[in-house]
Write a protein that binds this ligand. Sequence first.
Ligand code: GLC
Ligand code: CA
Length: 542
Amino acid sequence: MKPPWWQDMVLYEVYVRGYFDSNADGIGDLPGLTSKLDYIRDLGVNAIWLLPIFPSPLRDDGYDVSDFRGIHPDLGTLDDFRRLLDRAHELGLRVLVDLVLNHTSDAHPWFVSARKGPGHAHHDWYVWSPAQDKYAGARVIFSDTETSNWTLEPACGLYYWHRFYSHQPDLNFDNPAVREEMLDVVRCWLDLGVDGFRVDAVSYLFEREGTESQNLPETHAFVRELRRMVDAYSPARALLAEANHPIEDLAAFFGQGDEFHMAFHFPLMTRLFLAIRLEDSRPLAELLAKSPSLPGGCQWAMFLRNHDELTLEHVTKEEREYLWREYAAETASRLNLGIRRRLWPLLSGGRRQIELLHALILSLPGCAVLYYGDEIAMGDDPRLGDRMGMRTPMQWTAGSNAGFSQAEAPRLYAPVVTGPEWHYAGRNVASQDRQPTSFLNWLRRMVRSHRADPIFRGPGLSLVPADNIHVLAFVRERDDGRILCLNNLSRFVQPVTVDLSEWKGRVPRELIGGATFPAIGSDPYLFTLGPHGFYWMRLERS
Ligand code: GLC
Ligand code: CA
């Protein structure tokens, strides 16, 4: 049987509002994105994920949905969306959209009616209580802005439940009508032809007294129902979970292979930033060693950054303090329990480190997810509120508005990045495209090398004992071959000996340049790695 298309997926996360403005109103839109799909295909990726495109008052940048079946008028029409799908499919790109099941905007007509009180339409589509003491085990996620998961609705004198902003009331998944309606929303997008969903905040669908009201059995049961529905579609569609939890709870979202196909590997993401700053492979090795094996057909989604803050929720208090100190010395870059910076500024522009981090997400088991703009070393704008500083316009050229829009600069939905260190003039697609040594061209080669090699698909990973804690060594293995991956987390050159006796007689051949190394003998094998260097070595028969 042919493996499903997501097995060798490299996914590119797109913020439609910030990508390309086709009608000079200062806002990126679906036709604009459609006109840039060739560029995305040339990155070597084979799928895109669109941040929410639905009608919304934009108080959480579109995650506050006011109509699950429409398109935000700023971004275009349903016909524009159909054209985007058609063009993407022509180019061999799959399209995933965000699916926000947990909550709506308070401007959604359901809530507008519900808030009037019991007896009004849709009232029981939301979670109400006369007092604030219910479900006290659930923590507040947006701790910088919210003090409680309950907010009083003056119109009816009851409190409504919300895990995120108070303008995002949670839907009541205990109500079968809500479950049916949300499945119907999913059907509507599948019928249009989307290839899958990134399912937002999926762990919070149900709440129960005496629990943390997350990852409940009822939530998993609903996910299985969703999966059964998705499975009925052909060609195959994919479900990707956004659930920020420790690895055991997160892995539960794969079920017995009957829930999600993929889940973002949040714990590994945070540890990548810890390991590279500590220059120590152990935070990664320990996590990889205890990673459960996944049901067949399931895989991790590996990522470095996205449109949200870098979450530090699931590290120890000491680790969090350390990461804050190291990566967010100015408190303005801290948000909730995380750091709101883009990848390049986070690492102070350290190209070798950024290359190593990409090599890791491309070589560890799972698919890789890239965030728009990171491929051109884009900066951010810490002056903008919430997470908007990481969602500034894509930089296409050194021309006005970075080539993003023909509108006058003050009309842009957000300013382009012009701070001296991160000015768009040198960090844009046109200039990086022309430069053979640019990060953009480096990443294109890496994505291509990764996708060309079937060994990187599938789950096989074994850690290889190495005698230097700065170096993470592992082998990716399948019946048809094996690749040794060596990663130097230190900023200095490092020697490392690894025990490769299992593969005695084989010849390491570097995957990207093709150089052949001395054959493996009985003694431990010595490599030297440059600062933040990494090798991908195929172990071939001589
Ligand atoms: C997810 C989204 C985030 C949003 C939140 C509430 O975590 O990634 O951007 O604010 O859900 O919908
Ligand atoms: Ca526009």
